[in-house]
Design a protein around this ligand. Structure first.
Ligand SMILES: Nc1ncnc2c1ncn2[C@@H]1O[C@H](COP(=O)(O)OP(=O)(O)OP(=O)(O)O)[C@@H](O)[C@H]1O
Ligand SMILES: [Mg+2]
Length: 269
């Protein structure tokens, strides 16, 4: 379980440029949960997840992961974080070596590393035949998968994904999310998904925390959120297109999937 309690954070504190990025943030993420963190650009999402992963030191408040304080080095093995545009960090000569890079630093045996590389490639939907390819010969979507596989190979209990589909074409995006969430959810990993895509949140998250100007303005289910127009407006977010369509048709109910929307529309005819 991740527990974030009363965390505030100011960049360049004590200078004329100081900027408060987070104010009194508290929330939990339970085992096996997919928790979305949503918010407009600059609302503090990336700052928050870097604090949760122990990459930015706390200034006030506390974060614990499985009851360990986040400053404890042991949490490095529990939490995997995939940054925005992670493929920019690929540098090895082959896909296999890139995915194996971090597990090697954990001092695992060659057999264990090789098994983890195979499993991680399956989880992100990469063909095993690509192992010996150079990451630089791959498409953007495939490179993204290689980068994510490198984190999955660490077998984190908590996986933090910062806009994992940013910049991918619609098909690559759809496939990646399906494969990733299908595979990971089955393994019981807790996921924190940073996204401003309400459709993705509707389909994959069971809870969503909304940030606006560094503060939490909502913590609940996607279904509850989409019914709260004033909160979405305050956070500068749009409800998903199917919710907007239902509203235009005068149906004041929330649908998270196309199938649900179809049933609501048909039942009204
Ligand atoms: N290294 C930094 N130094 C100073 N200010 C920063 C720094 N990083 C972020 N900020 C400021 O802190 C606030 C929150 O930024 P953050 O990157 O956490 O937002 P975000 O929600 O991730 O935005 P985006 O959706 O654009 O990724 C912004 O006002 C930003 O300008
Ligand atoms: Mg960000």
């Amino acid at each position: 379980m991740i527990k974030v309690n009363d965390v505030s954070y100011t960049y360049m504190r004590g200078t004329p440029f100081e900027k408060t990025a987070l104010k009194n943030i508290s929330f939990d993420a339970a085992r096996g949960e997919v928790l979305a963190v949503a918010g407009h650009t600059g609302s503090g999402k990336s700052t928050l997840i870097q604090i949760v992963a122990g990459l930015i030191d706390l200034q006030s408040g506390s974060v614990t992961i499985d009851d360990l304080p986040v400053a404890d080095k042991k949490i490095r093995r529990l939490v995997g974080i995939v940054f925005q545009y992670p493929e920019h960090q690929l540098f090895e000569e082959t896909v296999e070596r890139d995915i194996a890079f971090a597990p090697k630093n954990f001092g695992l045996s060659d057999a264990e590393i090789s098994a983890r590389v195979d499993e991680a490639m399956r989880q992100v939907g990469l063909d095993a035949g690509l192992k010996n390819s150079s990451p630089f010969e791959l498409s953007g979507g495939q490179r993204r998968r290689v980068a994510i596989a490198g984190i999955l190979a660490l077998k984190p209990k908590y996986l933090i994904l910062d806009e994992p589909t940013a910049g991918l074409d619609p098909l690559a995006k759809e496939n990646l999310l399906h494969e990733l969430f299908g595979a990971i959810k089955r393994s019981g990993v807790t996921i924190i998904l940073v996204s401003h895509n309400m459709e993705d949140i509707a389909r994959f998250a069971n809870r969503v925390v909304v940030l606006a100007q560094g503060e939490i303005v909502f913590n609940g289910t996607p279904r509850e959120l989409f019914a709260r127009e004033e909160i979405l407006a305050r956070a500068g977010l749009e409800p998903p297109p199917i919710t907007q369509l239902l509203r235009r048709l005068g149906i004041n109910q929330i649908a998270l999937t196309l199938d649900e929307a179809e049933k609501l529309i048909i039942s009204r005819r």
